[in-house]
Design a protein around this ligand. Structure first.
Ligand SMILES: Nc1nc2c(ncn2[C@@H]2O[C@H](COP(=O)(O)OP(=O)(O)OP(=O)(O)O)[C@@H](O)[C@H]2O)c(=O)[nH]1
Length: 211
């Protein structure tokens, strides 16, 4: 697949943030909310961008993005967000072949994420997912829009909620991304912020990464 293909980028922000105790999308890192950081990083990589959230979303500096909720009020985890994303893409971007998802809580993801995942998408049905030395990162993935009905059926049929199981079922291609070399050592670009301690660690890394 080439960069000419239309890919809708979706920031997954529909979780409960229970470990953080407050909405992770609104958490500030280095002066910017995580949702705005994710949007800034994803936007140049895709042809359109939107946010999956199950509550109100606030954007800064007038950068309003389209927001859509899960289709089913009973939360199905990240896959519920992916299903909503495929439905959104089908309705608003009929030209799009794939949706690229990233979570809202991972501020340092690769700036060539979508380009590298796209390169291994050789058929319209192909899925691709990111890996690093820390393991598979199932919410950093390319999802064919045509999978919507299959995913809906799988979730309705009580399919495992784990994203990883669904990717395995479809033999998603895995792309391994390198660690980032810094003066303080190597850093995983898929580092994500789940707890207040993670946020402290991200603040420390931000200082090193943006020096
Ligand atoms: N749409 C949707 N997204 C979800 C759901 N659960 C998790 N996510 C998203 O999936 C990604 C990974 O979520 P987690 O960090 O495991 O869960 P979380 O709800 O954000 O945080 P915790 O409640 O602390 O587990 C994040 O981008 C979440 O916003 C859900 O039920 N629906």
């Amino acid at each position: 697949m080439t960069a000419a293909h239309a890919i809708v980028g979706v920031i997954l922000a529909g979780g409960l943030s229970s470990r953080m105790g407050q909405d992770k999308a609104r958490i500030r890192l280095g002066g910017a909310a995580l949702i705005d950081r994710a949007a800034r990083r994803l936007k140049p990589q895709v042809s359109a961008i939107a946010v999956n959230a199950n509550g109100p979303v606030l954007f800064e500096r007038g950068e309003e993005l389209p927001v859509f909720a899960d289709l089913d009020a009973a939360r199905a985890g990240p896959l519920g967000g992916v299903l909503a994303a495929l439905d959104y893409a089908r309705r608003h971007h009929p030209e799009a072949s794939h949706v690229a998802t990233v979570p809202t809580d991972s501020p340092f993801f690769p700036t060539d994420l979508v380009a590298r995942l796209s390169r291994v998408v050789d058929t319209p049905e192909r899925m691709a997912v990111a890996r690093s030395v820390s393991g598979l990162h199932p919410v950093f993935a390319l999802w064919p829009v045509t999978l919507a009905a299959d995913l809906a059926e799988w979730l309705a049929g009580g399919g495992a909620l784990r994203v990883r199981s669904y990717l395995e079922r479809h033999q998603a291609r895995e792309i391994t991304f390198p660690l980032i070399e810094t003066p303080r050592g190597e850093f995983d670009p898929f580092f994500n912020i789940n707890t207040p301690d993670d946020l402290d660690e991200a603040e420390n890394w931000l200082w090193v990464l943006e020096r």
